[in-house]
Design a binder for this molecule. Structure first.
Ligand code: ADP
Length: 412
């Protein structure tokens, strides 16, 4: 099955076409009450029997919208369809899988799209004002262009629907939660879910028995506590600003700093403060760049700001890992993934050096290996196994899409 995976932003569309093979006996269950059933199944169940390894083509369409070269999402799809015609040598797309940032409290698994689902995604716009409306535009544009095309949405928040209330509640008056949905949601769920499955499989542990801590370290970064294969806590919160020190985001900060900045700086309003915390903070604020490769080079040549930025990010992450080790009742495994987690041996070393109290050690040679494969990097004497597991969100989305669509075709 050819699956087109789409990440639809407000002014851009990222796409990838994956060839997914499905085996019949393993497809996800389907009944006529599709959405209700689907909302209870996990990504893993949705992807059972699906292998979405091969990338046939991928691309990016930018400058969509007012003042851009491309008027709207419909026109962007025309551009994409033309490219796909050329690049796929006449082969046709069978289904479309969309990455959607926010599934609110409703969605805990991928679902097949219908009009009601699109409206639900739009209704969640107050929680993700930049992302959800853009995703809905992408969904509607596909409906218009290819009315019969099956579409599936995969939510960034869904994997964290298993958080217990003590982990997702904020200790502020209840009205903010009831009226505005202010609580911890967590993000990067597709990646945390996928990597958890891969790590358990690699170690030969049943997922239900797998307790781990997963560090997804890209430009945005989050760490998740996995107990029995499910997410029980995660560092991002109401928004992806919380938790770790990231490329351009501050991560956790004393809330009074924000009110302090607002009251002391007349030229900084809430919108500007949001921009400072999301785009001008983190590694960039301390080390002068959000690029880990550059930070490594600068630190090596004696730049103390770059070294401090790396030290702060590693220290914050190590504190989370220690906390989550307690939360999961003792992790069997620590996993590094995403751009920095997969590629920066120097950063992984800084983190593990902070974790000596847990008896975790690195195998220095294994840590230096560059590879696209899952691998062990802990030392033989390490109390806890440390893995590098390459993430692949597009693959997870393609497999979930194929799994659900195939199930519908088989049983529907
Ligand atoms: P995004 O969140 O945008 O998907 P990525 O997962 O691609 O981010 O991660 C981007 C980060 O990974 C950047 O900080 C980049 O510097 C870092 N990175 C990528 N390749 C390397 C490398 N070879 N060595 C160190 N850091 C790397």
């Amino acid at each position: 099955m050819l699956v087109l995976v789409i990440n639809s932003g407000s002014s851009s569309i990222k796409y990838q076409v994956r060839e997914v093979t499905t085996s019949e006996e393993n497809v996800a269950p389907y009944t006529s009450s599709m959405p209700a059933i689907n909302e209870r199944i996990t990504l893993e169940q949705a992807t059972l029997g699906a292998e979405g390894d091969e990338v046939l083509t991928k691309g990016l369409i930018e400058n969509i919208g007012e003042g851009g070269e491309i008027a709207d999402h419909s026109q962007a799809l025309d551009v994409m369809a033309e490219r796909l015609d050329r690049e796929l040598n006449g082969r046709e797309i069978d289904a479309v899988g969309h990455r959607v940032v926010h599934g609110g409290e409703r969605f805990s698994a991928p679902v097949i799209v219908n009009n009601e689902i699109i409206r639900a995604i739009e209704r969640l716009a107050p929680l993700a004002p930049l992302h959800n409306p853009a995703a809905a535009l992408g969904l509607r544009a596909i409906q218009k262009k290819w009315p019969e095309m099956p579409q599936v949405v995969v939510f960034d928040t869904a994997f964290h629907r298993s958080l217990p209330e003590k982990a997702w509640r904020y200790a502020i008056p209840d009205a903010f939660y009831r009226l505005h949905g202010i609580r911890r949601y967590g993000f990067h769920g597709t990646s945390h879910d996928y990597v958890t499955g891969k790590a358990a499989e690699f170690l030969g542990v049943d997922r239900e028995d797998f307790d781990a801590v997963i560090a997804h370290l890209g430009n945005g970064a989050s760490v998740t506590a996995i107990r029995g294969g499910a997410s029980i806590d995660t560092s991002m919160g109401y928004t992806p600003l919380a938790g770790l020190v990231m490329g351009t985001r501050s991560g956790d900060i004393d809330p009074s700093v924000l009110t302090g900045i607002l009251t002391r700086n007349k030229d900084v309003d809430a919108e500007r403060l949001d921009e400072i915390l999301n785009k001008e903070s983190g590694l960039t604020a301390v080390g002068g760049t959000n690029d880990m490769r550059e930070l490594e080079q600068r630190a090596e040549s004696g730049d103390s700001g770059a070294q401090l930025a790396m030290d702060m990010a590693a220290y914050r992450l190590a504190k989370y890992i220690g906390g989550y080790h307690v939360a999961v009742g003792g992790m069997q495994c620590l996993v590094f993934t995403a751009g920095i987690g997969e590629n920066s041996a120097a950063f992984r070393k800084l983190v593990v050096d902070e974790l000596s109290a847990l008896g975790i050690t690195l195998d220095p040679e294994a840590n230096e290996v560059r590879s696209a494969e899952t691998r062990v990097i802990s030392g033989e004497d390490s109390a806890i196994t440390v893995l590098v597991v390459p993430t692949d969100e597009e693959r997870a989305i393609a497999e979930a899409t194929a799994g659900l669509v195939e199930a519908r075709i088989d049983h529907g």
